[in-house]
Design a protein around this ligand. Structure first.
Ligand code: HEC
Length: 166
């Protein structure tokens, strides 16, 4: 097999046989590398952080409805009752999801309420985050359409959180 016939005319790069780089960049080898990398990254043990610790105590919800709305829109990242679907186990998605849940719980965990610092400000802060469209996060809503609240539900959640979080 000679590659000289495949050389662009006019350019005399003069390669007697395919260079190592060319061999490596063959579609088949790229596919093998991509699959190999995909398999390898699954070994990063993020699953060790994909836990649901016991529920200690929750805010004094003003109504079951407020809690239900929070479960829909917030609990996956701000509680110990996270639903971990299959795709949350597959890297690199698992890295992103695990980070969101870990950081979300750190900021405000509805399942360890008495441990949350500045609880008295959580209602106002949550209302602000929701109103500014920051919470729930955009990427979360993409894969969780059920978490998208109607304007009425959004207002109910805001009022409910203001009344419950302290
Ligand atoms: C996809 C995961 C996810 C969901 C769902 C989610 N949050 Fe968050 N939330 C985070 C992360 C991550 C942070 C910390 C990083 C940041 O502030 O952006 C956070 C931070 C916050 C903070 C603290 C903001 C600050 O700057 O200190 C509040 C308040 C909050 N979230 C409220 C909510 C409320 C209320 C809901 C439901 C309507 C909700 N979040 C839904 C992931 C989430």
């Amino acid at each position: 097999m000679s590659t000289s016939a495949n050389q662009p005319s006019g350019k005399r790069t003069a390669e007697p046989r395919p260079s190592l780089l060319r061999t490596l960049l063959r579609p088949r080898n790229i596919a093998i590398a991509v699959i190999g990398l995909f398999v390898l990254i699954q070994l990063v043990p993020v699953w060790a952080f994909q836990n649901n610790p016991p529920v200690l105590d929750e805010p004094a919800w003003d109504s079951p409805q407020t809690r239900a709305l929070a479960v829909r829109a917030c609990f996956d990242c701000h509680s110990n009752e996270t639903v971990w679907p299959w795709y949350s186990k597959v890297a690199p998605v698992s890295w992103l999801v695990t980070r969101h849940v870990t950081e979300g719980r750190e900021k405000m965990n509805f399942s360890e309420w008495s441990k949350v610092r500045e609880r008295d400000e959580a209602g106002d802060e949550s209302a602000e985050q929701i109103q500014r469209g920051k919470m729930p996060t955009k990427d979360f809503l993409l894969i969780h359409p059920e978490a998208k609240l109607t304007p009425e539900e959004t207002q109910q959640l805001i009022n409910g959180l203001r009344a419950s979080l302290r």
